[in-house]
Design a protein around this ligand. Structure first.
Ligand code: SF4
Length: 158
């Protein structure tokens, strides 16, 4: 819902703090997720994630969430799905050139990032989007990624 999406950006700092707690919880649940099986969990967790994030962010379930780096403004709501900043067509009033009734998601992203404690992530250049991740749960991916040992650590241990 558009008004909720705008609320999320206005409250980016609060959501950043809540997600940090949630991410720690996800990481701690990794052993449980492994026991149950990540593949078995994929559909139900993705369904819950979609419901929650669609409501808060108009999430499109890209599977590679950038909200922490984009001021809680989902870049996939950009009609051009740009993930590295705005195109050259932002209107003088800050609205989108394709959808004049919508604020540019990147104008929103910048404003949201300025409210966040670690908002400078917006300055990082994102790698090209891998469409194979579309529809998958980023929450499960975050749990898996955060608890997986770094490749260097694995090499040193072997
Ligand atoms: S960046 Fe991807 S996962 Fe995150 S809210 Fe947008 S579509 Fe959803």
């Amino acid at each position: 819902m558009y008004s909720v999406r705008l609320w999320s950006v206005r409250n980016a700092r609060l959501l950043e703090a809540l997600y940090a707690v949630f991410e720690t919880l996800l990481e701690s649940l990794d052993p449980v997720f492994r026991r149950i099986g990540y593949r078995r969990l994929e559909r139900p967790v993705a369904a819950v994630e979609k419901a929650v994030k669609s409501f808060l962010f108009d999430c499109r379930m890209c599977g590679d969430c950038l909200l922490s780096s984009t001021g809680m403004s989902c870049p996939m709501n950009c009609p051009k799905q740009l993930r590295n900043g705005p195109c050259g067509g932002v209107r003088p009033d800050g609205n989108c050139e394709v959808d004049p009734g919508m604020r540019c998601v990147w104008v929103e992203a910048w404003e949201g990032s300025r409210r966040m404690r670690h908002g400078d992530g917006i300055l990082a250049v994102q790698v090209a989007f891998d469409h194979r991740s579309a529809g998958r749960s980023f929450w499960l991916e975050a749990a898996r990624r955060r608890s997986a040992p770094a490749p260097e650590a694995e090499e040193a241990a072997s």
